[in-house]
Design a protein around this ligand. Structure first.
Ligand code: ZN
Length: 244
C-alpha cells in the first residue's frame, strides 16, 4: 500500500516537472534523461540543420530545435535511437524521429530506395549482421545503423559509402559482381573498408584515404590500400565527397 502511494506521488512530481516545455538544449537533455536516457551525454545543442535531426558525438548530442515541441513518444524515440541495443529498435526509433521532422527538412524526403530484389535478401541480411558485428567489435557500437544495398551498376568499384544528402539517407553499397565473383571474406573486407568511410563521415572527417583512414584501417587490421580498384574507388569517392 505504501509502495503504491509512493509511486503515485512520484508520478505526480514527474508530471509537475514536465509541465514546462523544454526551451533549450539543457532542458531538452533533462527531459530525455527523465525518460531514461542512459548514454553519457554532457550537453545537448540545438540545431537548425536541414538534414540532420539527431546526432551524437563525443559527449555532445545535437537535436533539431523542432523537437523541443515534440510529443513525448518522439522524445522516447530519441532515447531509443541513442540507447537502443538492437539495430531493429534503433531503426524503429529512427522512423518515429523522421516522421516528426519539420516540414521542408531533408529528413522527411527519404531516398526512394530501389525495392530489394528477393535474390539479394539473404546477402543483405548477412551484410547487415556483419555490419552490426563489426560496429560492436571495431567501433564500440558507435556507428549508426545504415542502409545497405547491392549495386548492379558498379563495375570497377567494389563498394561505396554515400554520405547523407538532402533527401537521402547515408548508404553503403556493395557491388553485385564483387559478391558473385569473389570469396565472401573479401566482400566483408570491402564492407569494413566502407565502414571506415562511414566512421569518417559521422566524425565529420574528410571522406578520403588519408592519414585518418590509414590509421583507422591499421587499427582494425585491414589493408589500408585494398587491392584492385582502390585507387579508382578513392577518386570516385572524392568526387562524390566534393559534389556534396
Ligand atoms: Zn575507400
Amino acid at each position: 500500500m505504501i509502495g503504491r502511494i509512493l509511486r503515485a506521488l512520484t508520478a505526480t512530481q514527474l508530471e509537475l516537472t514536465f509541465d514546462e516545455q523544454p526551451h533549450d538544449g539543457a532542458s531538452l537533455l533533462a527531459r530525455l534523461r527523465a525518460l531514461g536516457l542512459d548514454r553519457r551525454i554532457e550537453r545537448c545543442e540545438l540545431t537548425h540543420n536541414r538534414t540532420v535531426m539527431v546526432s551524437y558525438r563525443a559527449g555532445v548530442l545535437r537535436v533539431h530545435e523542432a523537437y523541443l515541441a515534440a510529443p513525448p513518444n518522439v522524445w522516447r524515440a530519441i532515447v531509443a535511437f541513442l540507447d537502443g541495443r538492437t539495430r531493429r529498435s534503433r531503426r524503429k526509433a529512427e522512423r518515429v524521429i523522421v516522421e516528426h521532422a519539420p516540414r521542408g527538412s531533408g529528413a522527411r524526403r527519404e531516398r526512394r530506395a530501389a525495392p530489394v530484389r528477393r535474390e539479394d535478401a539473404p546477402v543483405l541480411a548477412e551484410l547487415s549482421r556483419a555490419h552490426d558485428e563489426y560496429n560492436r567489435r571495431y567501433f564500440g557500437g558507435q556507428l549508426q545503423s545504415i542502409a545497405l544495398s547491392v549495386s548492379r551498376r558498379m563495375r570497377s568499384r567494389l563498394g561505396q559509402y554515400t554520405i547523407a544528402t538532402e533527401g537521402a539517407e547515408p548508404e553503403i553499397a556493395i557491388s553485385r559482381s564483387h559478391i558473385r565473383r569473389d570469396p565472401w571474406g573479401e566482400v566483408l573486407h570491402t564492407l569494413l573498408h566502407e565502414m571506415v568511410h562511414q566512421w569518417q563521415a559521422e566524425r565529420r572527417l574528410p571522406l578520403d584515404h588519408g592519414r585518418a583512414f590509414r590509421d583507422k584501417a591499421r587499427e582494425l587490421g585491414i589493408e589500408p590500400r585494398a587491392r584492385r580498384s582502390m585507387e579508382q574507388s578513392a577518386a570516385n569517392e572524392q568526387r562524390i565527397a566534393r559534389a556534396i
